[in-house]
Design a protein around this ligand. Structure first.
Ligand code: NAD
Length: 354
C-alpha cells in the first residue's frame, strides 16, 4: 500500500492469547465472556483432544461435537446447531484447523454464539470474518462481523502433532495471505509490517520445524507467523492468488493448503511485475526474485511444487483459467484469460518462476 493514498484501519477486534500450555485458559476465557455452557468442536481426527478439553472444562462443557469436516457443508452445520441447542450451549469452543473453526463460525452465524477458537494449523481462519460454506456442491463465501471469533488462543504445544507435510503446506498457505496483504487495496502499514514480520518468522522457523518437528521454539515462531498472516487475511482484501485457489479448490476438488503452496510463487511473480516495491520485502526475506525466492523456499522445505502432482489434469487448465476470469475482481496487475492459462501451465508443470 502507498502512504500517499492514506488509509483507514478499524483495529483488531479479537482477543488473542499466545503461548505454550494456553489451552488451560479456555475455561477462564469462556467465563470472561459471561458464558457457562460450551459446545466443544473438532474433526473426528481430533475427537480425543476435544473430549479431553471438555473433561478439563468440567461443568463449563455442555457437550462435544466431533463432526467438523472440510468446506463446512451446511448439513454438518445444521447437525451441529441441533447439538448446540439440545445441549443448552451458549458458546462454542473449536480445537482444530480451518475446518473446525469454519464449523464454529457457521454455528455463531446461525445462533449468535460467542466463539473461543484454538487453531492447530496455520491456515488462518481464526482472525477472519469470512465463512465459506458448501451446499449442493457449491461453495459460497460470506463476510459478517458475527462470523469473527471473539477469542483466539494459540497453543504451540497443540501444533507439535501437525504432520510434516501439512506443516509445510499450511505454512505456505499462511505466507500467501501475507503476500496478498502487501498489495491489498485496503491494506495499511500495520498489516504490511505484520506480513513482513511473518515472512521472517517462517523463513527462520519452518526449516527448523521440518528438520525437528518437536522443536518448540521453532514451532512457536511458525505459529506466530501464522497469527500475523491470519490477521492480514482478516482485515485486508485478497486478490488473484486467493481467487485462483478458491476456484481450483472448489471446482476441481483440490486440497486447500497444497493448492496455496503450489500457486503462491507463481501468483506473487505475476503481480511483482506491477507492484515491485510493494513485493520487494518478499524477495529480501526469501532471497532471489519474488517468485523464485518463494519457490526455492517451498522446495527446500519439501513442499509439493506441481499441480499435476495433486491430480489436476492438463485438460482442466483451460476450464480453470476460464472460471478464474469469469468475474472481474481487484488485482494490482490486470490480466486476461491467456495470462492465467500460462500461469496455471507453469504451476501445473512445477516450473520455477523467473
Ligand atoms: P483442516 O482443518 O481441514 O485440517 C486437516 C486435518 O488435520 C484434519 O483432520 C484435522 O483434524 C487435522 N489436524 C489439524 N491440526 C492438527 C494437529 N495439530 N495435529 C494433528 N492433526 C491436525 O485443514 P486446514 O488447512 O487448517 O483448513 C482448511 C479449511 O479451512 C478449508 O476448508 C478452507 O477453506 C478453510 N479456511 C477458511 C478460512 C476463512 O477465513 N474462512 C481461512 C483459511 C482456511
Amino acid at each position: 500500500m502507498s502512504l500517499r493514498d492514506g488509509f483507514t484501519f478499524a483495529g483488531i477486534s479479537s482477543r488473542v492469547i499466545f503461548g505454550r500450555g494456553t489451552l488451560s485458559q479456555v475455561g477462564a476465557e469462556v467465563r470472561r465472556l459471561g458464558r457457562t455452557a460450551a459446545l466443544v468442536l473438532s474433526t473426528p481426527h481430533q475427537a480425543a483432544e476435544a473430549q479431553a478439553l471438555a473433561d478439563a472444562l468440567g461443568p463449563l462443557a455442555a457437550g462435544v461435537f466431533t463432526g467438523a469436516t472440510m468446506h463446512t457443508p451446511v448439513e454438518v452445520s445444521d447437525a451441529a446447531v441441533a447439538a448446540f441447542r439440545a445441549a443448552g450451549a451458549d458458546c462454542v469452543v473449536a480445537v482444530g484447523g480451518g475446518s473446525t473453526i469454519g464449523l464454529a463460525k457457521a454455528i455463531a452465524l446461525r445462533t449468535g454464539a460467542d466463539q473461543v477458537v484454538v487453531p492447530t494449523t496455520y491456515a488462518g481462519s481464526e482472525m477472519t470474518d469470512i465463512l465459506g460454506e458448501t451446499a449442493g456442491g457449491q461453495k459460497t463465501t460470506k463476510r459478517d462481523p458475527a462470523i469473527r471469533p471473539e477469542v483466539v488462543i494459540y497453543d504451540v504445544d497443540l501444533t507439535l502433532t501437525l504432520p510434516a507435510q501439512m506443516t509445510v503446506t499450511s505454512a505456505l498457505n499462511a505466507i500467501a495471505h501475507g503476500v496478498e496483504v502487501l498489495y491489498a487495496r485496503d491494506g495499511n502499514p500495520i498489516l504490511s509490517a505484520m506480513a513482513v514480520e511473518a515472512m521472517r518468522a517462517f523463513k527462520a522457523g519452518l526449516p527448523v520445524v521440518v528438520a525437528d518437528p518437536l522443536n518448540t521454539d521453532a514451532r512457536a515462531q511458525v505459529l506466530y507467523g501464522a497469527w500475523l498472516c491470519s490477521t492480514g487475511l482478516g482485515y485486508a482484501a485478497m486478490a488473484l492468488h486467493h481467487k485462483l485457489c478458491h476456484t481450483i479448490g472448489g471446482s476441481f476438488g483440490m486440497p486447500h493448503a497444497e493448492t496455496h503452496a503450489i500457486l503462491i510463487p507463481h501468483t506473487a511473480a505475476f503481480n511483482a511485475v506491477a507492484v515491485p516495491e510493494m513485493l520487494a520485502p518478499v524477495a529480501e526475506v526469501f532471497g532471489g526474485s519474488v517468485g523464485g525466492g518463494l519457490w526455492d523456499f517451498a522446495k527446500s522445505c519439501g513442499a509439493p511444487l506441481a499441480l499435476r502432482d495433486l491430480g489436476l489434469s492438463e485438460a482442466d487448465l483451460d476450464r480453470a483459467a476460464e472460471l478464474a476470469t469469469a468475474n472481474p475482481y481487484d488485482n494490482p496487475r490486470p490480466f486476461a484469460r491467456a495470462d492465467i492459462r500460462t500461469l496455471l501451465q507453469h504451476a501445473w508443470e512445477g516450473r520455477r518462476p523467473d
